[in-house]
Design a protein. Structure first.
Length: 177
């Protein structure tokens, strides 16, 4: 049954539009192929047109729209804006899956993410009762919620040359959770 679903594009991603940068080779190509097998219409994005074309030709058809190739240099914000506009126009909807697999390290672009735990923000105060918040604090090894400025200081560190050898990291700031 699963094989039949994958052949018809009714897999786990049936109906999805996936934008995959770096889709011409390696991990990006594998993601494109996997998503297409699971039913997504794939926008294969790569600066290398022949490699992207090879990926495109390897993708199985899906019933809700053709896969598309976009030759784009994702290090250019203007090119990325045009890419998104073109994809929205071609598929008549924005992509609902975006995978960034383009290799842009040669431009000294670092990509890290911050994973905050319970931080003293209006959103936390609105979405937790005082009892829930107190229970949460008791579970945090530092016995308090974090402050927005503590997260901002971590973001500052990641934005400066002090973290110049860090890339591809998910940095937790959770009080030890």
């Amino acid at each position: 049954m699963a094989a039949a679903a994958a052949k018809t594009g009714g897999g786990r991603l049936g109906g999805a539009i996936a934008l995959v940068t770096g889709g011409g080779n390696g991990i990006g190509r594998a993601v494109c192929q996997t998503f297409a097998r699971e039913g997504a219409a794939v926008a294969v994005v790569d600066v290398n047109q022949p490699a992207a074309q090879e990926t495109l030709e390897s993708l199985p058809a899906v019933p809700h729209g053709p896969h598309q190739l976009y030759t784009t240099d994702v290090s250019s914000s203007a090119a990325v804006n045009k890419l998104v506009t073109d994809i929205c126009s071609d598929y008549a909807t924005p992509p609902n899956i975006v995978v960034t697999s383009a290799g842009i390290l040669r431009y000294n672009i670092r990509c890290n993410t911050v994973v905050p735990g319970s931080i003293s923000t209006e959103m936390v105060r609105k979405n937790r009762t005082p009892e829930e918040l107190q229970q949460r604090i008791q579970a945090i090894p530092l016995q308090r919620v974090g402050e927005p400025e503590e997260v901002a200081n971590l973001v500052l560190f990641l934005a400066t040359s002090e973290s110049s050898y860090m890339t591809g990291q998910a940095v937790e700031i959770t009080g030890g959770m």
